[in-house]
Design a protein around this ligand. Sequence first.
Ligand code: DQA
Length: 145
Amino acid sequence: MTSIVYVLNGPNLNLLGQREPEVYGHETLADVETACRKAAEHLGLEIRFHQSNAEHQLVDWIQAARGEAAAIVINPAAFTHTSVAILDALNAFDGAVVEVHISNVHKREAFRHHSYVSGRADAVIAGCGTQGYLLALQRVATLIG
Ligand code: DQA
């Protein structure tokens, strides 16, 4: 049976490729989705790829993953640093969780150094560019074996 993995993206990631390309690169979120689908097929995973600027929508998708998905790969974007609601939702999810940041948040402003999500994540990938999503899917495949 194919394992389902939710790949969730937080606020402003819809602007990937246009937004601060010196920080986030030139690839669009559609490019990332295409690369994730290709990697997932190779790894025997089925992905549900979503982006929202709304915290409640991300919480709803994390809740939807309960009982359906084996893992969640999440770039919570700015909500990383603010959202107890996303942490609580992830704590109610039983599968593997991998947190992804395109940029190296630890090399940036101090307010980006703390992540609520890292307290739940099984792995954290930061500073690998959009390749971080593919590394996350590889890690998920290992974790859910
Ligand atoms: C980000 C880092 C966050 O600090 C920022 O708010 C983002 C993107 C990243 O992918 O590097 O929007 O999660």
